[in-house]
Design a protein around this ligand. Structure first.
Ligand code: AMP
Length: 498
């Protein structure tokens, strides 16, 4: 049997290859046949340019159908897809191109000279523009579409995705065909994907969420993509009546709630809204349910592991929880010595299963540190499991403040009247070394005064956990995946106490 993920996608594809696979607003749909031909031509081109299975292909391009075909061409040719955030600047690109040592880089035509300068000497460079033009597709058009699917073992690499690395240098997570196939199959089953589904896809495809979870669920179930180049509330509202499922980061859902036209009618054909990559506020969950009639399904995953837990398709979806572990994923809460803790205790979330990556590219020591003696991956996330088996995330260990778990304080802050959302961080303090501060976004009715917030928290928390200062802002800094950038906040508030 061929463990190539692309072979699994072909098994799920509709027998009629003329069926639409990818729809874009105002343009004719692209079929499964279009995908097969284009990805075949690109795979042949790459092979004829001398690429061998296992070679990396570094890609920094705009989201487009052609970019998806390039990803699929890499899978079927056995090349390792290495996508980059479009926002990366020359210094970041220089590091990533040298570290991944690709045989080919594909970039926007405007960056061709830069890529030629920064890439290793033996790396070829091709171009792909946002509209699909450029040397990649021009050359591919002259190549044979009937390329077959290269034989792969489950452990062979399919992709290299660098973790955002808020501390230290980014690390390349080596993700295998087996990892992706196991996770996509688990998600198709957990979320009930079938050929009749239409996934509203507005996420970027350089990140695991849009690339593996979004595309994976569609290609593994023979469903269809409603493909938007980016999240724009108007375009999402236009596409929703044709969609059955949407995936997003929490900010997508809070922004949809700001649209007057977002209501039950707009969601008439929707069966599921899925959220992840950052915590979904219980208030967003509640407002969304009230406005749309839908309980957003929150799940939890990461680049290194794919998806680990999910609230259920059928059954209770708990606000503030990411649900029980998915079938095939072993999850435990462990203490600092990697000993499993009982239900209710807070500790590090550790993971084992076919979804867990093979290690960090070129970093055997970091890989060894990342796993326990009995083979569990140390996620760096702090969490707890309740008696019903539902997991909640309390925070990132690297965001820990000395006096406790920021998330615990954030949850209480968010529940205060006048507070829309909050972030809790540690700031250098002349006496204490570090002291807790809170950064708050007020809700419409205006936030309470700093002293009122501190007094309210003192009634609910041990004194050492209560923020010493509260700062009001209009907006929290977030990255493209909706994660609050705590490192940015720490920098902004480094002089809070001196
Ligand atoms: P990334 O590797 O960029 O996907 O980031 C993974 C990290 O995002 C995880 O380790 C968590 O800290 C965070 N994360 C993902 N999903 C959730 C969620 N539903 N709630 C809270 N944090 C999440």
């Amino acid at each position: 049997m061929n463990a190539n993920l692309f072979a699994r996608f072909l098994e799920a594809a509709p027998a009629d290859r003329g069926e639409p696979l990818l729809e874009r607003p105002g343009r004719p749909p692209l079929s499964w046949r279009d995908m097969l031909e284009a990805s075949g031509r690109i795979a042949t081109l790459l092979r004829e340019r001398g690429l061998q299975p296992g070679d990396r292909v570094t890609v920094q391009v705009a989201k487009s159908a052609e970019a998806v075909w390039l990803y699929l061409a890499c899978l079927r040719g056995g090349f390792v897809f290495h996508p980059l955030n479009e926002a990366y600047q020359p210094a970041e690109l220089a590091f990533l191109l040298q570290d991944a040592a690709p045989a080919l880089a594909v970039c926007d035509p405007a960056r061709e000279a830069l890529f030629r300068e920064l890439a290793p000497a033996d790396c070829q460079v091709l171009c792909l523009a946002a509209d699909g033009s450029g040397s990649l597709m021009e050359e591919a058009a002259r190549h044979d579409p009937d390329t077959g699917v290269v034989q792969r073992q489950p452990g062979d690499l399919a992709a290299l995705l660098y973790t955002s690395g808020t501390t230290g240098r980014p690390k390349g997570a080596m993700i295998s065909h087996g990892n992706l196939a196991a996770n996509a199959a688990a998600l198709v089953a957990a979320w009930g994907f079938t050929r009749t589904d239409r996934l509203l896809h507005a996420l970027p495809i350089y990140h695991a969420h849009g690339l593996f979870v979004g595309l994976g669920c569609v290609l593994m179930s023979g469903a269809r993509l409603l493909f938007l180049e980016r999240f724009a509330p108007d375009a999402v509202l236009d596409a929703l009546p044709r969609a059955t499922v949407m995936m997003g980061v929490p900010t997508y859902y809070s922004r949809l709630l700001q649209q007057p036209g977002f209501d039950r009618d707009a969601c008439a054909h929707m069966r599921l809204f899925i959220s992840g990559s950052a915590p979904l506020l219980p208030e967003t969950f509640a407002s969304f349910r009230q406005r749309s009639g839908h309980a957003i399904l929150e799940r939890y995953g990461m680049t290194e592991t794919g998806m680990n837990t999910s609230n259920p398709l059928h059954g209770e979806r708990k606000a503030g929880s990411v649900g029980p572990p998915l079938p095939g994923v072993e999850l435990r809460i462990a203490d600092a010595d990697d000993r499993p803790l009982p239900a209710g205790a807070i500790g590090e979330i550790q993971l084992r299963g076919a979804n867990v990556f093979a290690g960090y590219w070129g970093l055997p020591e970091k890989t060894a540190e990342a796993f326990t003696a009995d083979g569990f991956f140390r996620s760096g996330d702090q969490g707890t499991i309740d008696a019903g088996g539902y997991v909640s995330i309390i925070g990132r260990s690297k965001d820990l403040v000395i006096s406790g778990y920021p998330r615990e304080v954030e949850i209480l802050l968010d529940a205060l009247p006048g507070v829309a959302e909050s972030a809790v961080i540690g700031a250098p303090h002349p006496d204490l070394g570090e002291a807790v501060i809170a950064v708050i976004v007020a809700s419409g009715d205006g936030a309470p005064a700093e002293q009122a917030i501190i007094a309210a928290l003192k009634r609910q928390l041990a004194g050492f956990k209560v923020p010493k200062r509260v700062f009001m802002v209009t907006e929290l800094p977030r990255n493209a995946m909706g994660k609050v950038e705590k490192a940015v906040l720490r920098k902004r508030h480094e002089h809070a106490f001196n």
